[in-house]
Ligand binder design. Structure first.
Ligand SMILES: [Ca+2]
Ligand SMILES: [Ca+2]
Ligand SMILES: [Ca+2]
Length: 288
């Protein structure tokens, strides 16, 4: 099967080499079918602190490691795309999600932003409402896949009331399941497109807030001082990025990616006279 992650010319070259019986390309350089449809990113442990200063809320539901991303895979198979995101702690359901049409977990919420065209200036600049980040010009996004414990109906209601301008590009999963430390969300490929070489990805880790503020898409605020259900170490206004963990650098899980994340998320400024003033951090995509 021809991989869609390698240009056609690569395959032509490879088959010519084979025909000529020349060992121009080692067989090891050829992509295997098993990996052809899967994109993998890794993230270091211990950077679930946003720009380096954020701390978890004090309630026991927010167990250490619950927002610490370690692995993400995006797998395309037939008419579906499945995102698996692994965190550093077992995923639990302390708030009984089945009682609110939920998906078997409670505290996490992830956003998988995708830049499908790689064109500077093309796509959405702002993150989803409540994240308080913007995307760099070369990383504007076309699609955002939601991973939330909330059921489809609640997600759609929140999107319709708070994110009208990007509603068609916020993709709700067909199904979500929990597998140990992993959240597995499956989407209709028709709503996203076929993953291609050069697509940019960014995964932002947040916490599901069932009683969100009027401009928060089910995200939990980060304040200066932590509270029972509020992260601490940020700012009480909307200038600080409401992001606990994200992909950074080469997204191979190297320790240096912690500093890259901290640097990116620290690049914001606040206006102490204006709740919505200041300048939000601009973040980028990672590519394979
Ligand atoms: Ca991490
Ligand atoms: Ca774009
Ligand atoms: Ca990170």
């Amino acid at each position: 099967m021809v991989s869609r992650f390698f240009p056609r010319s690569f395959h032509r070259l490879a088959s010519r080499a084979t025909l000529a019986g020349a060992a121009l390309l080692s067989p090891l350089a050829l992509p295997s079918d098993a990996s052809a449809e899967t994109i993998t990113f890794k993230d270091p442990k211990g950077d679930d602190n946003g720009p380096g200063t954020y701390v978890y809320p004090s309630n026991a539901a927010y167990k250490p490691g619950s927002f610490d991303l370690t692995d993400v895979t995006i797998e395309s198979a037939g008419s579906e795309i499945t995102v698996s995101a692994t965190l550093a702690a077992p995923i639990e359901d302390p708030w009984g999600s089945k009682g609110w049409e939920g998906n078997g977990f409670s505290v996490q919420m992830l956003f998988v932003f995708i830049d499908t065209d790689g064109k500077a200036g093309s796509g959405h600049k702002g993150g989803a409402p409540g994240l308080n980040v913007k995307f760099a010009e070369d990383s504007r996004w076309e699609k955002c896949l939601l991973i939330s414990p909330q059921g489809s109906r609640r997600l759609q209601t929140e999107i319709d009331s708070k994110a009208k301008s990007m509603a068609k590009d916020l993709v709700i999963p067909k199904r979500v399941r929990v597998q140990g430390r992993k959240l597995v969300a499956t989407y209709d490929a028709a709503a996203i497109g076929a993953p291609a070489k050069g697509w940019g990805f960014q995964v932002l880790v947040q916490s599901n807030e069932g009683f969100p503020g009027k401009s928060d898409l089910l995200t939990r605020p980060i304040n200066e001082i932590k509270g029972e259900h509020r992260f601490g170490g940020g700012h009480d206004f909307n200038c600080d990025p409401h992001v606990i963990d994200m992909l950074a650098g080469g997204a191979v899980g190297d320790g240096s990616e912690k500093e890259a994340q901290h640097k990116a998320l620290k690049a914001y400024s606040c206006n102490d006279d204006d709740e919505n003033g200041g300048k939000q951090a601009e973040i980028g995509m990672v590519r394979r």
